[in-house]
Design a protein around this ligand. Structure first.
Ligand code: ZN
Length: 160
């Protein structure tokens, strides 16, 4: 069975930056499972997986703009500490959701000063070229329930 629209794909992946350091990997744990063609993965990565089958290994290099986008320095803001009073403990790396025009955005605290906090609305992987090593583990039909929910049930997916 080949990877195509609405198939459930299980895969192992390792993601590295251009410096060769591993950013994320499924190796050593359960494979990642997703319903193909529903925007679960980066569109450019799903496109490369199209037509592949179990056992296929591929290397996919995505430029930052095909990944999580280029960094937008206008999304970095220095705020008075008191405006973030509801978040609790303010420390570098803390993430929270902020309402912005067009929806919610994940903000990451990148610096904490005595009176101010620097927050960055860029995706943590924005600006990075992404180097994926992918191995397709299994391709199967999705159940009607999985298609209705848009995500995978059982191994590697949501449990409920
Ligand atoms: Zn579900």
């Amino acid at each position: 069975m080949k990877v195509m629209q609405d198939k459930v794909v299980s895969l192992h992946y390792t993601l590295r930056g251009d410096d060769g350091n591993t950013i994320d990997s499924s190796v050593g744990s359960e494979p990642l499972a997703y319903v193909h063609g529903n925007g679960s993965l980066l569109p450019a990565l799903e496109k490369e997986l199209e037509g592949r089958g179990a056992g296929d290994k591929l290397e996919v290099r995505l430029a930052a703009k095909e990944g999580y986008g280029e960094r937008d320095e206008t999304l970095v803001q220095v705020l008075p500490r008191k405006t973030l009073a509801t978040i609790g403990k303010l420390k570098v790396g803390t993430q929270f959701h902020a309402q912005v025009p067009g929806g919610a955005r994940v903000m990451t605290i990148t610096a904490v000063e005595k009176d101010s906090v620097t927050v960055d609305g860029n995706h943590p992987l924005a600006g990075l070229n992404l180097n994926f090593e992918v191995e397709v583990v299994e391709v199967r039909d999705a159940t009607a329930e999985e298609l209705a929910h848009g995500h995978v049930h059982g191994a590697g997916g949501h449990h409920h």
